[in-house]
Design a protein around this ligand. Sequence first.
Ligand SMILES: C[S@@+](CC[C@H](N)C(=O)[O-])C[C@H]1O[C@@H](n2cnc3c(N)ncnc32)[C@H](O)[C@@H]1O
Length: 427
Amino acid sequence: MSQGLLFDSADVFCARSTTQVTFKGKLGRPIHRWYRLTPSFSPQLALDIAQHFHLSGKDRVLDPFSGVGTVPVCMKYSGIPSGAIELNPYLFFVSAVKTRTYHDVGAVKSCFETFLQRLRPHLRPLKALDAARQYLDKHAALVPPIHRPGRWWSPCNLAQLVAIRRHLLENLGEYDFPDLLRMAVLAILVPISNAKHNHVSLTFADRPQPPLDVWGVLAKKLREMAADLENVRGKPCAEVQVFRGNSKLVSRVLPRSVRVSAVITSPPYPNRFSYARETRPHMFFFDFIPSAKAVGQLETEAIGGTWGKATSVLAKGVEPTNEVVASLLRPYTDRIGKSGRLMANYITKYFNNMYSHAQEVAAVCRPGAKLAYVIGNSRFYGHPLPSDEILAAIFEHFGFALEAIHKMRRRQSKSGLYEALLLMRGK
Ligand SMILES: C[S@@+](CC[C@H](N)C(=O)[O-])C[C@H]1O[C@@H](n2cnc3c(N)ncnc32)[C@H](O)[C@@H]1O
């Protein structure tokens, strides 16, 4: 392709199917299927963007909002060096574990089998309610410190989880692949819980789960993971680095020498979805976070965070940090603010943060860098908020030219909500 021109991308990116945009596209794909994060995007989208940008081994891609690592996993197996940043300690862990290379798959398999064999006798008796209750009383100190664990898991399932947690806390050092074991356990926490995935956010089912064969569920997950590692064994891999950090400060999180030629990412949408809330069971299970207070702090630092403590920060009032954000938001926050000041503050904080982020991205980009941002628009009290256009205008302020905004998919029919892809190009 000639330097400086992107061909008409509407055919590839407009009116895509759900599996070509959303998490549904990763359900059957090796490695991608290890953990379900509903607001994550389809590997096919990352691959199509990379192809559209004509990326190669000479490029360096950044995903500053890594989530479960969709972009770095795709880049790794496409031979394109990449880096990713994630704020949430649990999602950072998922991205890091999925992007590692496991050379000796035989050793991984035998580690999994040893673990399963050692675990089985501990879990089998706990499918009986009395035994489960007694076990939970005896090992109360090992119940994950999440608020109301009994709401999340029925007693027999919780007792089996506590037994797994106990076994791993006591023996983790004896296993050669402790993070893969932790990954598998974390991946089954929600499937065996009383929560369900009917909405983007988790909600609790009306009826709790019956006692399950948790060992069997875990064995299935570990075998799936082993099969996936077998599947990618020997494939050429590019370098990947995943960093835990805040993408409002990209230039401080990345090593100073890193200059990126493309950004492929999806920031949180301004829709009040809370990644911290959604990942509480996981964060508390293996102590990724020390306390409920730290979850509140994480949510306050997250872009688009609004849950718990983050809401009280908004209640104090938020002003645009500069005239660019003020003038872009005024038409929307004036209207939305009349119905609810808190939401106007929420939107202001969101775009103040995205402004800082865009400034930082500009600082780490090579000349002519290509940017792809996937973002959904929002609606507050019936008033639309064109997040895609506002974000594009912020990047234009930092010298990026807008190539196209493609509406990829409607999010709820007739609601006017959609997911858009912004394609931009640096000077
Ligand atoms: C839409 S999700 C990205 C999903 C990702 N594309 C995937 O397929 O898994 C947005 C991510 O941004 C993360 N995030 C929120 N605020 C952040 C910040 N200030 N710095 C870095 N990551 C942040 C959230 O924890 C979440 O994982």
